[in-house]
Design a protein around this ligand. Sequence first.
Ligand code: F6P
Length: 328
Amino acid sequence: MAKIIKKIGVLTSGGDAPGMNAAIRSVVRTCAFHNVECIGVYRGYEGLIEGDFKILSARSVNNIIHTGGTILKSARSEAFRTKEGRQEAYLQLKSVGIDALVVIGGDGTFTGGMFFNEEFNFPVIGIPGTIDNDIFGTNFTLGYDTALNTVVDAIDKIRDTASSHKRLFFVEVMGRDVGHIALNAGVGAGAEEILIPEEDLGLDRLLESLRRSKQSGKSSSIVVVAEGDKIGKNVFELKDYVEENMSEYEVRVSVLGHMQRGGSPSCFDRVLASRMGVKAVEALLDGKTNYMVGILDNKMELTPLDQAVKGKTEINKELLRVSDIMTT
Ligand code: F6P
């Protein structure tokens, strides 16, 4: 028989993402709606181990739907990777009577939640919050849409200066293991080439493409590069390589970095966060545990946490072709 849930803890962990605050707000207010107490856990699993808790009422989350970052702060906890750390966290939860957890984050967060659930039979539901969009079981993670808009906005600005000076820019975007940001923002910003971890474009093809674009009369170009692109050269090495092989190009580099994780969430992310928060709390109250809430074909769905962690997301190959055609 499922435990009756009277007190739910909520935390954010791993890399922050725009929309996390909107998700916290939704979790807190859904708890209030169902007369369940909600406790904010600060600094992710670190705060769970240390008992860094605060009661959150519906009014505690006023005026945060539009803010970036996370009011609960975030951390990547080494201690929670150990059995002793998780045991300590369990004791802290028991000491204040928290019956279930909503964990907002990426695959590291879900792996921790899964272990915790298995070891202590403790109800856990995950909400995917990461700008990378690399979580299986959801078409979109929280923060991804906002990050795309941030990247496109930044590249639009870079394009102004690139075209004024007739320069080639390599723009590095986040994505250690996946190229969703690079591919989608690259197409949206009209990049000449897009280098991602999933496909090896090859240096020859890059040079060929840049040559063709010069010959066709383009005077400036933008190449979007994901952090973990498969060519294996970082943006500075790519700059050197192109300058050595194509003296006709004056090359500059721009690494967008952590600005991609900040800023006010887009309307899409706010709505998604609100829907996910409701679904997460109601899933717990329905006795569900060890699932992640996701959006699939515009419906809220639950995916077992182990599948969410192990499954891989696919890049949209059609976008690669669209990008190729657009460089004509
Ligand atoms: O997972 C989100 C992410 O922003 C990645 O895209 C990036 O590679 C990484 O986090 C950066 O992590 P940190 O904030 O620890 O430097």
